[in-house]
Design a protein around this ligand. Sequence first.
Ligand code: ATP
Ligand code: MG
Length: 422
Amino acid sequence: MKKIQAIRGMNDLLPSQSGRWQYLEGVVSDVLRRYHYQEIRFPILEQTELFKRSIGEVTDIVEKEMYTFLDRNDESVTLRPEGTACCVRACEENGLLYNQVQKLWYMGPMFRYEKPQKGRLRQFHQIGVEAFGMATPDVDAELLILSARLWRELGVADAVTLQLNSLGVPESRAKYREALVDYLSAHRENLDEDSQRRLETNPLRVLDSKDPATQALLVDAPRLGDFLDDESKDHFAQVCSLLDAAGVNYQVNERLVRGLDYYTKTVFEWVTDKLGAQGTVCAGGRYDGLVEQLGGRSTPAVGFAMGIERLVLLLEALECVPEAATQRPDVYIVAVGDVAAAGLALAESLRDALPYLAVQTHCGGGSFKSQMKKADKSEAAIALILGEDEVKAGQVTVKFLREQADQQMLQHGALIELLKTL
Ligand code: ATP
Ligand code: MG
């Protein structure tokens, strides 16, 4: 029979990999706890309208990347392509925004119908952070300081750089858009195909183009910075000086525009040159208009999302996955003969005494030799051998699997002392 396979671009996370993910998720959630950001969870499926109204009808995501289908009741639903819109929906629906301040984070799968390649999947995973109810630049800066700490704690700080820009408020952006369209329309024939299309639908995205001819044209294009309103200019200057004071380095990148419509003022990306084309590991910005756009009361907000797959790739590329994130047991219990009860009891007593220890009990029977082979393959540091003789004597044989040392017969107390030194 033909075997059923996973959907293209949707990966399984195998046991050999999951330790890295748990490590990363653990470091991130702990950093977030230290800044007192709280976790929120919301569904994976939402009404399609939520994303159309927030991300923007003419963005890549809504135009061609969403997993949208009719449910059994003929309602159009979409697998979430990102978390910000869902987070706003959930907060608004549960009355978390009005007259309040929220500092939140979430983690989970997102879905986009993209061309699968390294660092680009159709089901990928993000950790997102959102702060609501604060219009001042201190919170923009806090999010960037938080992410900078995260890179330090993960050991990747030297491999990422922060790119920063301001998109201004919708009015100033509209003026810039007009000027940019005027300029680019005059050179339309020199634009790449994608940019020609974007010129009509989403002209700011032309600034993103990687095409050399388009890039050359952009050198003399009107500059977004020249169109910024005073308030946005001032906000941006303050974010920059707060980052300077905190010692967070950044590059102002006037071409940074981001692919979603809802951003206002500050936008940023953390990028690395260690992953090839998919170098953005974390991206976000301020979106002061979104809550209102989705039917709530005007609420300032700022947030970012990082791609877990890309961060794991970066940890691997830099070889900064700690030993503890590789999943091997500390101890492997070999139980030969009619000693199953004693084997299980020994394992339980070790777990009681040393909660951090990973104790694997051999299950499934087999000869001493075959069990020892499995113990060795497990990469445990130590095999604890229980046979009928050991059980009678109330002892355990300790065999060191990774170092040259004589095996020993130990009683329970001495065994615990020894395992404490592991
Ligand atoms: P890109 O420019 O790489 O397409 P994006 O601007 O579409 O990214 P965002 O919507 O800002 O990405 O998502 C935030 C982060 O989520 C990205 O910086 C990236 O790390 C990750 N990400 C986005 N799309 C994917 C994907 N298809 N596969 C894996 N990770 C992704
Ligand atoms: Mg994208």
